[in-house]
Design a protein around this ligand. Sequence first.
Ligand code: ATP
Ligand code: MN
Length: 464
Amino acid sequence: MKEIRRTKVADILATPADYIGKEVDVKGWVRTRRGNKHVQFVALNDGSSIKNLQIVFDLSKFSEEELSPITTGASIHVQGEAVASQGAGQAIEVQASELEIYGTAPADYPMQKKGHTLEFLREKAHLRPRTNTFGAVFRIRHALAYAVHKFFNDKGFVYFHTPLITASDCEGAGAMFQVTTLDPADPPRKEDGSVDYSQDFFGKPASLTVSGQLEGELGATALGCIYTFGPTFRAERSNTPRHLSEFWMIEPEMAFYEIADNMDLAEEFIKYCVNYALENCADDIQFLNDMFDKTLIDTLKFVTHNDFVRLTYSEGVKILEESGKKFEFPVYWGVDLASEHERYLVEEHFKKPVILTDYPKEIKAFYMKLNDDGKTVRAMDVLFPKIGEIIGGSQREENLEKLEGRIKELGLTGMDWYVDTRRYGTVPHSGFGLGFERLVLFVTGMQNIRDVIPFPRYPNNCEF
Ligand code: ATP
Ligand code: MN
């Protein structure tokens, strides 16, 4: 091997003119090898792009024996001259002059060329990033994560880290995973037989967080505008294509924002992220569009080009009641809308993303600001085609008496630290939570949320 700096496949394919006529050094995994007795073509992928680089092996320079370890999945290092390609399908290819084989991939390599179902690949989640589909999904996921940080940074928001281990379940967002160092088979017990958590690691029961919002409010009422972006855990036995037990959540929280400002921010934020992916992941999105969902790009552009519809929960329920449609779950004022209801409004009635506001207080969390009608709260859910709820948020109750009243009504305890935000220098403020995987699901057009996170966690699955 000569002393040449390695070039990434994506860079070569992006500007072929810069490389043609030059010696290049490339490294990657073999997608396919085909050819005849005179010449062999290898499609090389190094993860930098959905596209492969074609490597041409002239059999007057390489023996068949030398090339025989180059099978799908093998890792190789090649040097040679980059030349304009004569074949259709690529502008540039590399005429190999040097070959080093890093690792072979025997015939039992599970990621053979094509035709694996997504279910099969989920069982091989440790190797599926090597496939075209998952390479595309995880590059898009990365770009969206970057877009999230860029969006908020450019707006002057502070990335505020909230804890993953918490001693409060006040969000009420779902069942929690317990965190303990006690021996489950033989925990210390109090006289009445119950577990003595004063001897546990934190001196009281602790769990993994279901939301960073309450701590986020502490940040917002000091720093002005903050956002969190971190893992969230919910021990719900919901085996749906939209729920994970471990997912990433983005939770902006803004002092001096009222519900309308909150809606504006949510809409601008989603559009920004989708647009960022369209502009920066064009090849990957095109691939997923062609592979899985021919309407994907149109759907994404539709979202970035159209205003979201805004209406109240009461108006939404009225539309559903008058739709004449037979739903699996009945619709009436006061019901927590099911995914089929949300999707009817978005996909059939308005054919646009919808922001529903002013939900009955009984079906929403205690911290949401009560409206003057005494019945509804200033909640907002952003509903998307195929996904249903992608964002849940609200204006928060900033009035000390009203908030304490709700806390008492619901019998919540250990909330003093949270209530202090209203006791001292309280301000109107708002925020929302976006499930990051629901955004990735939407942008990639994948059908199942388990396919947009590298190592999904769900009931009865904690592999890899
Ligand atoms: P859903 O009704 O869909 O179960 P939720 O109302 O419980 O959601 P929130 O507590 O409002 O969800 O959480 C904020 C956001 O987090 C949701 O809008 C959604 O995007 C996302 N989310 C909630 N639960 C999950 C989950 N189990 N897996 C992935 N994302 C989730
Ligand atoms: Mn919600």
